[in-house]
Each structure stands twice: as C-alpha cells, then as structure tokens.
Design a protein around this ligand. Structure first.
Ligand code: IVH
Length: 698
C-alpha cells in the first residue's frame, strides 16, 4: 500500500484504504505530541505543525466519517486527558456527514438521492425539498430528556460512546432544565459553540490570568465544555444550537422543518439562518449566499448542511457506514496566503516512495499557521518549477493539507537554480527508481532501507493489525539496530532474547514481561487482521476484510492469490468478482504473492502464528448473513442501490458477477447474461417479488 506518499497528498485524492492508513498514522503521531505537550511539557513540534496534523486528521474524518477511529484525536480536541469523565453509550449512534466540496458534488449528491428513491428517479418533476442549515464549527453533543427533565448530556466521542458532561451542560443557558411537552424519552442533538466575540474576550481574560490561549472558537468551546470542574464551564460563554435527534419515544414530526419548529416550541435554540430549499437552484443559491456572509455571522461556520426534508424518505435512505445518505455538508472553499519556501525536503515512506515536502516560513492561512506544504512528486516540482528560496502561494482548504498553488515568479531571487530530484534514497542510499508511467520515485532498498523496515514493522504491530502494545517505534528501531528484529516473524522470537533486552536501557522486569505477554497473546490472529498486517500495497483494512470474508481461511486465500497469477484462471475471475476489488488491487495482490521473498516472510511467520478462519458476517446475525447475492436486470420496486443496501443491511455480500460461490441471483426485468450464467451454474434465481418477500416487503 502507498502509505508513504500519503502525508502530502490531498485528502480528496485518497481512497478509503489510504485514508484509513493515514488516520492511523496521524492518530499515533498526534497522541505522541499530546503526551509530549501535556504530560512531559516538552513539545517536539511547533503548534503550527501540530495544528496541521490535527487539521488533516479532522479533514480525513470529515471526508470518511466511517473511518473515524476509536482513538481519534478529534475526541480529545483542546482538552486535558479524558480520564475524569465517565463514558456513556449513545442510545443511537451520533453520526457524521459526508462532504461536498463543490456545487458539482452537491448536484451529484441530489442526483444520488433521486436515483435511490424510485419515485423521484421516475419523475424528475417531483420536488425534493431540502433543509439548509449552517454547519456550525463547534462540537456535537447529545442532550437526553426523560419525562421532560434534562437527564444526561454527552459528547459525541467516537460516535458510539461519548463522555458524560451532564453537569457541565447544565451550566449552559441555552440548555433548558425542563421541557414540559417533550416526549417521555427525548434526545436532542446539536452543536455547542462559542461566538467569535466571546472567544476573543475569553482569550484576553486567559492571557491576563496566564491561562491557556485557544487557537480558535471551536477549540475554546471544546476545551471549556470538557472541564472536570463544572464551575469552570459555567464561567465560559458557551452556546448551543439544536439540529438533530437521537432516541425519541413516539414521533415528533413528519419533516425535518417540522422537527425544527417543534424544537423552537420546546424552547430549544434553532439556528436563525435555517431555510427550506425547494429545488436545486435555491439550494445552490443559499450555499453561495451563506458563503458570502460567512465572515459576518457572529460564530464560525465551515459549510452548509443540507438534509432531506421528508423524514419517511430519510428513513428509507438510511446510512452508509456512519453518515446518512439523506444529508450532506457542503464545505466552503479554501483560503490562501503568500510566503517563502525555505527548503525542499525528501521523505521516504513505508513502501519506499520519495515524497518532496516544502518547508515554509510559517504563515497564517485562514486562521491556521502553516509551515509545511506538499509538493506531491518530482513532476509537480518540475511543472511548477518550484525552487528553494521562492515566494509561493499556499492554500489550505478544510479538506487538504496545505498545498502550493503557484510560484510568484517576480519575487524569485537572483541566482536561484531548479531543484534536482535525488537519484538515491536519502535514508539508505539505494538507487531510486521510477516505474514507467508512474509519478512516484521509489527507493529500491526494500527491507534494508531503515525508513521502510521500521515503517513496515510499525504497521505490522499497529492497533488494527497485530495490535501488539508496548512495541513502539523507538523499540523497533533499537531492536533492529541490535539485530534482534529483521522480519515480522522475529517479533515472535524476541522471547529468546529476553536477557539481551532486559539489560537495555529503558526496560524493566515488568515492561519486558508485559511486552512478551502482549506478543504471546497475538499468536492467534483473525484472517482479516493478518492480511492487513502484511502491508500489501492498496490493501487496507476494508480490502483485507473483503478478502477475509470471501476466502474465509488463510490457506484458501493464499492458494487463490497464487493461482490468480494467471489472469485466465478461475482464481483470478473469482478475485476480480469481489465487489470492491478492482484490477489494480488484484494486480498488487498477485504481485505480492509472486515475489519469493514475500512467501519466505509468510512461511517464516506461519511457523510462529496461527491465522484464524474468518468468522464474521457483514450484518452480524442478519437474515441473509453470509449469503452472496448478485442483482441483475431492472428492479421495479426499488433502485439497485437501495436493493444492495437492504441486502447488506441483512448481512449479505453483494457481488458484481455470478460464480459458483453465488447463493442466489435476483433477476429483474431484462436480465441478461448473469441470469443465464446462474442457470448454467445451477445457482438459484429469484424474481423481484420473491426477493421482496425474502426481505419482508412482499
Ligand atoms: S447533522 C446524522 N447539522 O458536523 C446527522 N451536523 O461533519 C448528523 N454539524 O458531527 C449531523 N452543524 O458536529 C448536522 N446543522 C448541522 C451541523 C452539524 C454542525 C457538525 C456536527 C457533526 C459534524 C459532521
């Protein structure tokens, strides 16, 4: 997987696996900086660099809400260690939103909704009303009222479990203590925020008192709410806007607009800018107008949220992972600034990609100080003719890490020379190769390149892979230089070197015992984690899961991958038929197994660990758990997307083509070759009516 070049690629360009890898790396780095800052009082990076990491992590999460990690830095925004708050499980998860970065994205989103809802796709004249709300830049919280009384309040946390901040929320004037006419169980959700004016005066007070200065209103709001002493929160000017609900007994409205009216009647604050948009034109116009007025609003917003007005349609549209299909956040565009590029550095990543990074004279771009920017690759430097010493325009959007837009040619110093991309790896001095047609330069050093070896091992032991606690980067580096760690299998042989390790600085009896126990505990590993741990290019967690679910056992997977080397084989067809695996991922898988060295690493590992067969199904115990279904032809009652979503929600795998592994084919009107193939292979074929009956709609 191309994790190495990731840091400097725009969030918008990353696929889900790359995003997951990047979020993992960011979570680790940020946690390290948090410890250095909060616990050791010894930060190792500037605030600006730290902010850029947080920003990128947030942006990735905003774009891929379902990839938000349990250890995500966004759970810890501007706050002291969370040890003091009790955890609360949300009765209904608190979700995120998918993002639209342009009008085109927005129009595409609306089209998607229309396509999904059969009656709208059939009748383009039928209105799709949307409610537009400013996207408040604060932190989302949930308020629970029981029998009209405020009973509990929680932060979003990871979406499933948040922190109990009831006492703190009670101090907000915008949070009513009682709502006499609320349903007996009523969870209302919304955003806690701070106005810009309040934020500035808070910072003045903080400065005078020698307290913490907040970077922006959002951090100030989060830091103020997550105080262990509610008296501190009470002294902070926090506000609240309500815009969603969680668990509710009975129904409160038929439309989202109606729901917001009810909130107002109940005395809950609803944002005054909210508007009902009757068509696409109104919606685009609203987004443009609010963007223009952004700086005039008393609080920070980072976009507009559009929500399908009809609640019955919301219900049908449902969710993709952790974002609703019925809502989208239109993010506002980027902000730019001019600064000097001091130097171009080359970073070497886990799989050896060399990525150029610009060191900048720190500059404030739309409220965030930026000191590094991506240069992507060699061609990008050539194309823009970026040179050390140049003055450049940098841009920061909510969604990307800073980018260099252009060089200010008039400001170029005399005697500047074009940048020469290195032909040897700055880490191991191996030759650098560029594959024909590829943009990336790669170090050929493989495992001998320290940048790659350490990264590979770090990935191998990381939380979502082998999850071996206590084997951090420092230890990996130390063990490698002592010759104790070559490949991953050596981790499981560290116990043979216990004596050598014990006498190393920083190891005690306890920590060594803990590490060895953590390693022992991982000698059994689920197939999907094992696949992911191998760090095969383009095979992240999601792809690893798909493979595990499909092949079920390590032996079957390995045999399949090896046989798939022949593109004419059944094994290759079987691999390529997995929904979500394209030819490029298939090629990387096949290439991994074609490399003898990798098979050596695998054999070595298998002598140490047992890979468990895949046990799970997509939807837990759903009615179609573990079944593989193929849809073909035109369905009359629901769109293909809705049918697919329904099947997946019931635990099925939906495949794109028919094979012996298919359990049944649902054939709509004009079903063609797939239905025929099903008959040929003896796979059961269901009519649309039979399918509806199966899912309880018939
Ligand atoms: S609706 C299932 N509406 O944006 C729908 N979210 O990127 C959940 N936010 O976590 C959210 N203003 O913290 C919604 N008017 C608004 C919002 C809003 C701000 C935040 C919220 C959410 C995040 C998602």
């Amino acid at each position: 997987m191309k994790e190495d070049a990731l840091r400097d690629r725009p969030v918008a360009e990353l696929n889900p696996d790359e995003a997951a890898a990047e979020l993992r790396a960011l979570a680790g780095e940020i946690a390290r900086h948090d410890r250095a800052y909060h616990q050791d009082d010894a930060p190792v990076v500037s605030d600006a660099e730290y902010d850029a990491l947080r920003l990128r992590s947030d942006a990735l999460e905003a774009r891929f809400p379902d990839l938000r990690r349990a250890d995500s830095p966004s759970r810890k925004v501007g706050a002291p260690p969370a040890a003091g708050f009790a955890k609360v499980r949300h009765a209904r998860p608190m979700l995120s939103l998918a993002n639209a970065f342009s009008d085109e994205d927005l129009v595409e989103f609306l089209r998607g909704v229309r396509r999904f809802l059969k009656e709208l796709s059939d009748d383009p004249a039928q209105a799709l009303e949307m409610v537009a709300e400013p996207k408040i830049d604060g932190l989302s919280i949930s308020l629970r009222y029981e029998h009209g009384r405020f009973a509990a309040g929680a932060t979003r946390g990871d979406g499933f479990t948040g922190e109990n901040v009831t006492a703190n929320l009670r101090t907000l004037a915008d949070v009513p203590e009682t709502i006499p006419d609320a349903p007996s169980i009523f969870e209302v959700r919304g955003e806690v925020y701070m106005t810009r004016a309040d934020f500035l005066s808070l910072n003045e007070r903080q400065q005078a008192a020698g307290g913490k200065i907040f970077a922006n209103p959002r951090n100030a709001a989060a830091g103020s709410l997550r105080q262990l002493d509610p008296a501190i929160t009470a002294a902070r000017p926090l506000r609240f806007f309500a815009y969603a609900w969680g668990e509710v007994s009975g129904s409160v409205a038929q439309t989202h607009a109606g729901f917001l009216d009810r909130l107002r009647e109940m005395g809950l604050p609803v944002n005054p800018e909210v508007r009902l948009c009757r068509d696409e034109a109104e919606l685009l116009e609203f987004s443009r107008q609010l963007g223009d007025r952004r700086a005039d609003l008393p609080y920070d917003i980072d976009g507009v949220v559009f929500k399908v007005n009809r609640l019955d349609w919301q219900e049908r549209l449902g969710f993709v992972s952790r974002a609703p299909r019925w809502a989208i956040a239109r993010k506002f565009p980027a902000e730019q600034a001019r600064t000097r590029l001091n130097a171009i550095r080359i970073q070497v990543g886990r799989t050896g990609t060399l990525t150029p990074v610009a060191d900048l004279l720190p500059v404030n771009v739309g409220g965030v100080v930026v000191s590094r920017a991506t240069l992507h690759n060699e061609d990008e430097i050539t194309r823009k003719d970026v040179r050390e010493g140049d003055t450049v325009i940098v841009q920061r959007a909510g969604d990307v890490i800073p980018q260099i837009i252009e060089v200010v040619r008039d400001a170029r110093p005399a005697g500047s020379v074009p940048f020469v991309f290195p032909r040897t790896c700055p880490e191991c001095h191996s030759a650098v190769l560029r594959e024909p047609g590829a943009a990336a330069n790669r170090c050929t050093g493989g495992l001998i390149c320290p940048a790659q070896a350490v990264e590979r091992l770090k990935h191998f032991v990381s939380r979502d892979a082998f999850d071996i606690e206590g084997l951090g980067e420092r230890h990996i580096e130390a063990f490698r230089s002592d010759g104790l760690l070559g490949g991953p299998a050596d981790i499981f042989r560290l116990q043979d070197h216990a004596e050598t390790i014990r006498v190393r600085e920083g190891w005690g009896e306890r920590s060594l015992a803990n590490l060895l126990a953590a390693i022992e505990a991982r000698r059994q590993i689920p197939l999907d984690r094992f696949i992911y741990a191998l760090g095969i290019r383009q095979v992240g967690q999601a792809t690893a899961k798909l493979l595990a679910r499909h092949y079920r056992s390590f032996a079957a997977w390995r045999a399949g991958m090896t046989e798939a080397a022949d593109p004419a084989s059944d094994a290759y067809r079987d691999l390529a038929a997995i929904d979500g695996i394209g030819p490029s991922v298939a090629a990387d898988l096949v290439a991994f197994f074609a490399e003898p060295h990798n098979n050596g690493v695998l054999d070595d590992l298998l002598a140490e660990v047992t890979v468990q067969d895949f046990a799970g199904t997509a939807g837990g115990g759903g009615a179609l758990a573990g079944k593989t279904i193929v849809f073909t032809g035109t369905l009359m009652q629901m769109t293909r997307s809705e049918a697919k979503a329904r099947a997946e929600a019931l635990g099925a795998n939906v495949a794109g083509s028919v094979s012996k592994k298919t359990n049944f084919v649902v054939a709509g009107a004009d079903a063609g070759s797939k239905a025929k193939k099903a008959t040929d292979l003896g796979v059961a074929t269901l009519s649309e009516d039979e399918w509806l009956a199966l899912i309880g709609e018939g």
